[in-house]
Design a protein around this ligand. Structure first.
Ligand SMILES: O=C(O)CCC(=O)C(=O)O
Ligand SMILES: [Fe+2]
Length: 315
């Protein structure tokens, strides 16, 4: 059933995606080591699913001549100091209420925590249930037989969210992989951030959807509405971390891009939307390549232009 949850106003929210520059090409064809290739199972409705392997995707690939960083690996002292000041800013976060129920914590996550998040997502992303290129299946097939692709790589933690059925499942239907657990250190940051949005009910996240957007990454306007009726009824918030390149984030009451407001989400920002904003439409219209903090790039080898977004939810 298309169009539910992170569904879009059109089955092809954007032209079908051919993997954008740098998306997965480096490791394509590499030996798949996670054992999911041979996994065969039934989905939650006992339908036979056709498992196939996904090529591991590395968000921090080793440098090659082609992807040699445009960033200076040893940033001038001034830049480093500026980054240090930014790290310090996390202890005095700027809390902005964008609309009732939608709260923006600017530069909330320290650069050292951002580094840990990138490293952890890199490690999990290369393993079983890691990053893959989600599609919308055969019903939306392009001329080459590939389903319409979302313009991002995705990995689910805790529970699997399936774009094809707009449902949460225990395993990823395409390869039978079980989603990795949500790292406890991520949950710690979520609960601390929640304390600054104290008008909203707190969540105990059991789902985290991790998106990796490269240079051309984007995500059409949608609502997050596949969590349980109870969770949605209570307006339990979605807590979103942005790490890496900045992004143009759109939000509004309808799916109309022209009526949406735009916010630039930067590395370290946390966005919380619950209560009256739980059903807000939102999406990402553009990534600003090479805007990630120099220290983050330096310490993670996050060489791709790219942005990680983690959304924590309670089913
Ligand atoms: O990347 C973002 O900021 C938003 C991600 C999102 O809306 C989602 O994963 O449902
Ligand atoms: Fe969303």
């Amino acid at each position: 059933m298309y169009g539910r949850g992170r569904g879009f106003n059109h089955p092809h929210p954007h032209p079908p995606m051919v993997a954008a520059n740098g998306d997965g090409d480096i490791l394509r064809g590499a030996t798949h080591q996670d054992g999911t290739k041979t996994h065969s199972s039934l989905d939650d409705d006992n339908n036979n699913i056709k498992p196939h392997s996904h090529d591991p995707f590395d968000i921090c690939p080793p440098p090659t001549r082609q992807n040699a960083p445009a960033v200076v690996l040893k940033p001038p002292l001034l830049v480093t100091n500026r980054e240090r000041r930014k790290q310090g800013a996390a202890t005095h976060p700027q809390v902005v209420t964008l609309r009732p129920g939608m709260i923006h914590l600017k530069k909330y996550i320290s650069v050292s925590d951002q580094v840990s998040i990138v490293k952890k997502c890199r490690e999990l992303g290369k393993g079983p249930g890691g990053f893959y290129q989600p599609g919308y299946g055969d019903a939306d097939a392009d001329a080459d037989g590939e389903g319409a692709k979302l313009h991002l790589k995705m990995m689910c933690l805790g529970k699997n969210w399936d774009p094809l059925s707009s449902r949460y499942t225990d395993r990823r239907p395409s390869d039978g992989a079980k989603p990795p657990e949500i790292p406890p250190e991520f949950l710690g940051i979520v609960s601390e951030a929640m304390a600054l949005a104290n008008k909203l009910p707190p969540i105990t996240p059991d789902i985290c959807i991790v998106n990796f957007y490269s240079r051309n990454g984007r995500l059409g306007l949608h609502q997050d509405k596949d969590e349980s009726e109870e969770s949605l009824r209570q307006g339990l918030p979605v807590v979103s971390f942005s790490v890496g390149d900045s992004a143009d984030f759109l939000y509004g009451d309808t799916r109309d891009v022209d009526k949406a407001k735009k916010l630039v989400l930067e590395s370290g920002d946390v966005l919380i939307f619950g209560g009256n904003s739980r059903n807000a439409f939102h999406g990402v219209s553009a990534i600003h390549p090479m805007t990630a903090p120099a220290t983050l790039l330096q310490q993670t080898n996050l060489l791709r232009p790219g942005r990680l977004n983690l959304t924590f939810r309670q089913y």
